[in-house]
Ligand binder design. Structure first.
Ligand SMILES: [Zn+2]
Length: 356
């Protein structure tokens, strides 16, 4: 049987053409891109599929042809065989390597853009509440109710997640490509609910929510996790985003974890950049570059004390030092009494308990 390829139909439907030799490329999505520069629809010329991670518009060669030409999807193959003059098998059927056909298609959805994630997460959090045990936990760190509200911390929803997703969709928010959301076995959008805990918005320099972290209840190891729906149908994997709180001051502290950063900033007014861990520095360089261009002159690193003793942490710390050196940002290290595990404990102790 003759195989009709994406490359066969692209000239027929008048969409932008791929660059020579490209195996995939992006074009404006006909379903959701309203900005002139939006290019969310990804066309894969190797697998002959297309997908928009933002709105979920996806399919194969015949779907794309039917959409643009107005031909009924059922007749698309016949129509194309005629238009391309392939009815008598004029072209040797393109052979697809067997291995490729057997490979399971990834069920994950590529991550959507920052603005879309920010809007969806903001709306999601506005519908959730903060449980009293979580509120107390945050008050114990020195935050006030006003600060907590400003930060947008909420308790994970443990019931009603499909209803929540339905409400978001009906109000025009995109769930496709937003980590945490996925399709359940009934084919409905829903939000992940593996663990109860505090949801922490992870924001960029404009205060936009890039992703969410979860502080899990009742665990002592790996307490903080990214909210991710990787491995679920149409789910998305979180990236290791950085979290910046406060303006680009002359001195900015780097620490581990967004909650710690929020607490330090709230209690001291000192701007803090949080990295998700010293071993995941991939988004850090861009944020440091932004800070440097906007007036930051030095960096103080303040990680949990175990970087002094844990060899893996020490390696990550060396990588961080080399990024800072490359950017020409002088840096120093806050050292404090190892009895205080992190800087937020230290700040709390010294600002509020000493002499009071
Ligand atoms: Zn779209």
């Amino acid at each position: 049987m003759v195989r009709i390829r994406m490359t066969d139909i692209i000239p027929l439907i008048g969409i932008p053409e791929p660059k020579q030799g490209a195996i995939k490329y992006d074009i404006p999505c006909p379903c959701c891109d309203d900005k002139p520069k939006g290019k969310h629809l990804n066309i894969n010329l190797e697998l002959d599929v297309f997908r928009c991670p933002r709105c979920g518009f996806s399919g194969g060669v015949f779907d794309l042809y039917a959409f643009y030409s107005g031909v009924n999807r059922k007749n698309a193959r016949e129509v194309l065989l005629a238009r391309l003059d392939l009815r008598d098998g004029n072209r040797a059927a393109t052979t697809v390597p067997r291995q490729k056909l057997l490979q399971p298609q990834s069920i994950d959805c590529p991550i959507t853009d920052l603005d879309t994630r920010h809007e969806t997460y903001t709306s999601l959090l506005s519908r959730l509440s903060l449980a009293s045990d979580h509120r107390q936990n945050l008050l114990n760190r020195g935050l006030t109710d006003e600060m907590i509200q400003c930060l947008g911390y909420k308790t994970t929803p443990m019931v009603g997640t499909t209803i929540l997703a339905k409400q978001l969709l009906s109000e025009g928010f995109y769930l496709s490509g937003v980590p945490g959301f996925y399709h359940n076995d009934e084919g409905q959008w829903t939000f992940i609910k593996n663990f109860r805990g505090i949801l922490i918005p992870v924001r960029n320099h404009e205060g936009k929510i890039q992703g969410l972290q979860l502080r899990r209840d009742d665990v002592s190891k790996r307490k903080f996790r990214w909210v991710s729906s990787a491995g679920r149908q149409d789910g998305s994997k979180a990236e290791c985003w950085t979290h910046l709180v406060g303006p680009p001051q002359e001195t900015v502290i780097i620490t581990e974890g967004p909650m710690k950063a929020d607490v330090i900033y709230a209690l001291t007014g000192q701007s803090v950049l949080a990295v998700p861990g010293v071993n995941s520095l991939n988004h850090l360089k861009a944020t440091l570059k932004y800070l440097k261009e906007n007036g930051t002159k030095q960096i103080m690193t303040a990680f949990d004390m175990d970087y002094l003793t844990n060899p893996h942490v020490t390696n990550g710390y060396r990588d961080l030092s080399s990024i800072l050196a490359t950017l020409g940002l002088p840096y120093g290290t806050f050292l404090w009494n190892p009895d205080h595990k992190g800087l937020d404990d230290y700040v709390w102790e010294y600002c509020y308990h000493q002499g009071s």
